[in-house]
Design a protein around this ligand. Structure first.
Ligand code: RB5
Length: 147
């Protein structure tokens, strides 16, 4: 498992808290910023993570912005990336089990740090179920190749 994290300024504190939670659990990760609270553009950071995941350099990406919405929109423009915006552990579990999501998006202005920690933990711990879901994930790939 290789994890890459990024945020924009509006997701900075939550990203840092999620990084701390991984550190506490001894889970290795790469954090690609930003490091200050200066305003940045979320598409830049979503692109960084999405490209790395699409290239197979990382198995899981984590993106945090104010709502998680902008990050998920940008990440999902990348072929091979299945980004899921989650506000509950249930969504995180389903995103992995049914959709084989490889990027988790969360909103710092939407969920608290405790909830987000739980979401991340479930996202990383849940395997893809495969089976009937594999065919549907393949259909997502087919849509990507129609572009
Ligand atoms: C930044 O103010 C905010 O627009 C951004 O973090 C995000 O919520 C966009 O989707």
């Amino acid at each position: 498992m290789k994890i890459i994290l990024a945020s924009d300024h509006a997701g900075l504190e939550l990203r840092q808290d999620l990084a701390a939670s991984l550190r506490e659990r001894g889970v290795p990760f790469e954090d690609v910023g930003p490091t200050s609270r200066d305003s940045v553009d979320y598409p830049d950071f979503a692109r960084k993570v999405a490209r790395a995941v699409a290239a197979g350099e990382y198995t899981h990406g984590v993106l945090v912005c104010g709502t998680g919405i902008g990050m998920s929109i940008v990440a999902n423009k990348h072929a091979g990336v299945r980004a899921a915006l989650c506000t509950t552990e249930f969504e995180a579990r389903m995103a992995r089990a049914h959709n084989d999501a490889n990027v988790l998006c969360v909103g710092q202005r939407v969920v608290g740090a405790g909830v987000a920690r739980g979401i991340l933990e479930v996202f990383l711990a849940t395997p893809f179920e495969g089976g009937r879901h594999e065919r549907r994930v393949q259909m997502i790939r087919d849509v990507e190749s129609e572009r």
